[in-house]
Design a protein around this ligand. Structure first.
Ligand SMILES: C[S@@+](CC[C@H](N)C(=O)[O-])C[C@H]1O[C@@H](n2cnc3c(N)ncnc32)[C@H](O)[C@@H]1O
Length: 281
């Protein structure tokens, strides 16, 4: 469905979550490989994505965009680069424009870990409680400290793919679990090629979380970088007209694409906040 097609809407760090009405931008290795003519047929990527490294800034002029959306991108930037990323968003937005940031919710991850810890500490040592505890710990820590691609997360999911805990995954985690379990059975050429091309160091695959946010720190970060009217919303709510029709945060059945996230929006006010353009996120 076409909505808002006269607006300039940027989807930064889009991954495979794209929409034709948006300018979808990413710098994944897969995308860069798909741009090499000889490899094009072997790498599956949605078409029409602008290949750009956001650490070099946002490739649009001042006040060019009506809306900027970045889902599960901010936590991949070093903490001291998050501010310059948001100031870049502020620079490219028109006055009155909307920023929508989605990040994994640190508070939700910590609560799940504490609940799981209390259960095993209180003597619930059945397999499901232990699995829940192990998964909560891995979910909290692994993406920040892993030293191999996929880290503990993919190893654990592969080992526990028939467990109740993996069976209860939703959204992207469910997709990851499915691809891990189908990957175990498949050994096609595409799979071997992508394994071969994948750097061994997770530092260069972009999968590491460099910081985590809760509702308080994310709100502070947006406000201190010039945004006003900063509010937490649900995955279904937005100031962006026709939001649910884009299916960027919501699946077809209205469940969230990235459960356990913080969805937050702010507005670029008319006031004279002076963003400092810095290169290098
Ligand atoms: C966890 S994925 C999120 C994808 C999608 N937005 C979603 O919510 O499903 C993070 C995305 O940010 C992209 N990304 C990370 N650093 C980037 C950079 N410096 N420039 C452009 N894209 C970047 C990655 O390539 C990846 O596709």
């Amino acid at each position: 469905m076409l909505v808002n097609c006269n607006k300039v809407m940027l989807n930064l760090g889009c991954g495979v979550r794209t929409h034709a009405d948006w300018i979808n931008i990413d710098w994944s290795l897969k995308l860069r490989l798909s741009n090499i003519p000889v490899l094009r047929g072997f790498v599956d990527c949605p078409s029409g994505i602008m290949i750009h490294d956001l650490r070099k800034g946002i490739p649009f002029g001042d006040t060019a965009a009506d809306v900027v959306y970045a889902s599960h991108v901010l936590e991949h930037l070093h903490k001291n680069h998050a501010g310059s990323f948001l100031r870049e968003i502020h620079r490219v937005l028109k006055p009155g424009g909307t920023v929508r940031i989605v990040v994994p919710d640190l508070e939700a991850a910590v609560r799940k870990y504490l609940d799981a810890l209390m259960a095993v500490r209180d003597g619930n040592t059945d397999q499901e409680s232990i699995d829940r505890y192990e998964w909560a710990t891995i979910f909290l820590l692994d993406q920040m400290v892993r030293t191999t691609p996929g880290g503990e997360m993919s190893r654990w999911i592969r080992e526990k793919q028939n467990s109740t805990v993996v069976g209860s995954f939703e959204g992207t985690l469910q997709e990851i679990a499915k691809s891990i379990s189908s990957g175990c059975e498949r050994s096609g050429f595409k799979q071997r090629l992508s394994a071969l091309l994948r750097p061994e160091n997770p530092d260069s695959t972009g999968e590491l979380h460099r910081w985590m946010y809760d509702v308080f720190s994310l709100q502070q970060l947006l406000q201190s970088n010039g945004f006003s009217d900063v509010k937490r919303v649900s995955h279904l709510e937005s100031r962006i007209e026709g939001w649910m029709n884009y299916h960027l945060d919501n699946n077809n059945d209205s469940t969230p694409h990235q459960p356990d996230s913080i969805w937050m929006e702010g507005t670029k006010g008319d006031s004279a906040f002076r963003g400092i353009k810095e290169t290098g996120l």
